[in-house]
Ligand binder design. Sequence first.
Ligand code: ADP
Ligand code: MG
Length: 476
Amino acid sequence: MSLATALALNAGTPVNEMWERVREALRMQHGEAVYRSWFRALEWIGMDNGKAQLAVPTRFMREWIVSHYGADIRTMLQKERSDVLAVDIIIRAQSAPAPQAQPQAEAAAPAPAQNDAAPSEAAATIIEMNDLTMSAPLDPRYTFENFVVGKPNELAHAAARRIAEEGKVAIGCNPLFLYGGVGLGKTHLMHALAWQIKKNTPQRRVMYLSAEKFMYQFIKALRFKESFAFKETFRSVDVLMIDDVQFISGKDSTQEEFFHTFNALVDQNKQLVISGDRSPSDLEGIEERVRSRLGWGLVADVHGTNYELRLGILQSKIEQMHGVEIPQKVVEFLAHKITSNVRELEGALNRVVAHATLVGRPVTLETTQEVLSDLLRANDRRITIEDIQKKVAEHFNIKVSDMHSARRSRAVARPRQIAMFLSKRLTTKSLPEIGRRFGGKDHTTVMHAVKKVDELMGGDSEFLKDVELLTRMLQG
Ligand code: ADP
Ligand code: MG
C-alpha cells in the first residue's frame, strides 16, 4: 500500500481515535518527557497485511523506538485491534504532508545528519508473529549477523551455529544447554538460532519460549482440560527452545511435564536448546533427574565479557546506528568502564547517543562521564574476583599466585577458601566461573570452600571477625 492510499484511507476514520488511545496509553506508561521525545512524532499510517504501519521522521528515531518501545507498542496496538500481527515503522518522507493535524515542527529528537528516507525505505518490522501460536515472538535484531563473537562466548556461539547448519539434530549438542549471568547474550543466541533455522530449513518447526511461558501454558492447559493438545503441540515441533529454565525451580508439576516433554522429544530425535542462569548441576529446586537430563548433551558457559568483546560489541552497535559519530576515546572508555554485562553496555551507549541527539551536540568524553555518572559509580563499586584475591592474599601475607595454585598447606589453602567464599558472596559469578579464576578448579571445590568457611564462621569468633573485616574492607 502506498503512503498516499494509506493516508486517504485513514483520514478521519475511527482508526485515528484508536491511535490516539494508544499514544495516550504510551504517555501514561512512560511519562510526558519520553512521550514528547519519541511518541508525539510517531504517526499512524494504516494496516497492511496484518502489519500496523507507523511512521517517524528519522532513522535514528526509528531505531530507538523499535529497540526501546517496540514490544510495548505492539502489545498496546494488539489490545485495540486483534488483526495486528506485527508492527512496521517506516521513515516518512520529509515532504509528505502529515496525516494528522500534528505540530510536526515541534517533533523532538532533531537527529543530526539523518535526512535520509523516502517512503519506500524498507520498514523495520518490530515483531513477526509465529505460526506456532504458543511460541514467543522472535526479536528481528537478535541474529547471528548482529552477534559479536569473542573468547567468552565462542563455544556457545559455535554450538548454536552448528545446530542451525546441520538441518537435523546436531550430534553431541542435544540438548544444548547455554548458561551464564544476565545480559550476556543467551536469549540473543537462541533467537539467532531460531531465525537461522527458519531461513535454512523452513520446514523444520521451531518453537521458542521462556520457561515461565511454558509453565503458564501448561497450567492453562490443565485448567481447560487441554493437556492432551498441549502435549501434542510440544511434541510436534522439531526444535524446542526453552529460555531461562531456572524459573521452573520449585514448580513440581511443571517440572514433571517438562521432563516428559523433554524425554519425548529426545526419544524422537528432536533438537532441544535450553538456557539457564547457572549450570544444570547448580540449578537449585530442580529435581535431580531433570538436572542430569539437562546436562546430557553439550553444556556451554557464556562467560562474562572481556575488553575486546566489549569493544567489538560497541563498534558493531555504532555501525548499526548509521552515521552516529562517536570518538574512539569514548568507545574505549565505555568498554573499559561498563564491565557488568552487554545489556548495560548497550544501554550506556544508547543513553550517550540519545543525549547528544536531544541536545544537538557531539559526543565527548566529558558529556559521556556526565550522562553516565550513576552507572559509572555503580560499575566502579563492583567488586571483582581479582580485588578479592589481592586483598585476601595481602591480609594473610601470602602471594596472589597462591590463589591459583594447587598447594594444599593450611597456610595457603585456608585463605584461598576464604577468597572463594567472598567471591561467591560479593560477586555475581557462578561457581564454575569462580573455580576457573582460582587456577581452573572444579565448581565442587568452590562449593566445598563456601561450606567450610560458613562452618568455621559459625564456630570460631576470631575467624568470623577476620572474614567480616575483609568483607568490609572490600566493600569499602
Ligand atoms: P541474556 O539472555 O543472557 O540475559 P540477552 O541475550 O538478552 O542476554 O542480551 C542482552 C543484550 O545484549 C541484548 O540486547 C543483546 O543483543 C546484547 N548482546 C549480548 N551479547 C552480545 C554479543 N555478543 N553481540 C552483540 N550483542 C550482544
Ligand atoms: Mg535472556
